[in-house]
Design a protein around this ligand. Structure first.
Ligand code: COA
Length: 320
């Protein structure tokens, strides 16, 4: 596969650490020191599916293709208002892609969803099942949050990133892993107790719970190991990678991985400081930013690396 267009979109509302500390027992000093995050974008006025469609439309424009050229849509998503219909079919309608010969499906692989879906795109393209795929990673992470709980709320933001991929041989290496550890990051469906079982229509929603320190340790260890292994298996060295595009969860996690790899800062872009953790949208947001600012150029070698709930990881090397 080959990426031929990128796009992204962020909600208008920007919330600073100081704004959070007006109603949470937290501070800009604590959040900055532990996470590097200064602001995040939060959906307030806009509709989530419109934001996802905006990112998709930008990727489509950048690809030079028309909506009718798209013959598959995949969305990576963990949380949004809709459980069904799935987000990719909503985007199909919003972009005026009539179908019926354009299958749509959503993928939930936590924060690794974009890398997992890109790997899936390669399989669909190389087996001839699709010619041009629109892949959107859109997340409304602030839906996870209990706004009275300082532990998780300060970490997340909302956003969407998208790519259009076509047939090509730009994927150099890919490795996805999954190890069942169901209690490190958990967010349960509000419908766990139905009105029938509970006797009333009570809201049983449980906010996201996370073993923060454990996730931190596993993220640093697994990403450092997977990146080193993948680069060696591909017959490359770390010096051959032009841009390390890592999942943006916490600046300290990324700095620890960069320290382990001994890679210069300029090849390790970050935007978690401005956007917080946008789950699977974080890598395509980082990619689109780099492309639009002219830092990521055609022919550059990219390494993508993500980790998340499950516990899952995804690592990929590709030519842009
Ligand atoms: N503001 C102020 N204090 C806070 C706080 C907040 N927002 N959140 C927690 N604290 C407090 C805790 O209550 C604790 O207080 P105590 O020492 O009196 O008990 C103290 O700060 C330290 O908490 P701890 O959880 O040990 O901090 P930490 O250094 O591990 O940092 C995280 C917490 C969540 C920032 C860090 O563990 C992390 O980023 N983990 C990875 C999470 C992640 O990336 N998840 C997504 C993966 S896709």
């Amino acid at each position: 596969m080959r990426i031929i267009g990128t796009g992204s979109a962020l909600p208008k509302k920007i919330v600073s650490n100081d704004m959070l500390s007006e109603f949470l027992d937290t501070s800009d000093e604590w959040i900055t020191a532990r996470t590097g995050i200064k602001t995040r974008h939060i959906i307030t006025e806009e509709r989530f599916e419109e934001l996802a469609t905006e990112a998709a439309g930008r990727a489509l424009d950048a690809s030079g293709l028309s909506p009718d050229d798209i013959d598959y849509i995949i969305c990576s998503n963990v949380s949004n208002l809709y459980i069904t219909p799935h987000l990719s079919s909503l985007i199909q309608g919003n972009l005026g892609i009539k179908g019926p010969n354009c299958p749509t499906m959503d993928v939930n692989a936590a924060c690794v969803g974009f890398v997992h879906s890109l790997d899936l795109c390669d399989a669909l393209l190389s087996t001839g099942r699709a010619r041009n795929i629109l892949l959107v990673a859109a997340e409304e992470c602030t839906r996870f949050c209990d706004w009275n709980d300082r532990n998780c709320t300060v970490l997340f933001g909302d956003g969407a990133g998208a790519v259009v991929v076509t047939r090509g041989d730009n994927l150099l290496a890919s490795r996805l892993t999954s190890v069942p550890m169901p209690d490190v990051i958990v967010y349960k469906n509000p419908m766990e107790a139905t009105p029938y079982e509970s006797g009333e229509g009570i809201d049983t929603r449980q906010p996201l719970v996370m073993k923060g320190r454990e996730v931190f340790r596993m993220a640093v260890t697994s990403a450092s190991r997977d990146i080193n292994r993948m680069v060696a298996d591909a017959g490359l060295t770390l010096a051959d990678i032009d841009h390390f595009l890592l999942h943006q969860a916490n600046l300290r996690i990324n700095e620890a991985i960069r320290d382990n790899l001994k890679v210069p800062e300029e090849r390790f872009p970050t935007n978690v400081q401005r956007f917080g953790n946008t789950s699977s949208a974080s890598i395509p947001l980082l990619l689109d930013e780099g492309v639009r600012e002219g830092r990521i150029k055609r022919g550059d070698t990219l390494l993508l690396s993500a980790f998340g709930a499950g516990f899952v990881t995804g690592t990929m090397i590709l030519k842009y």
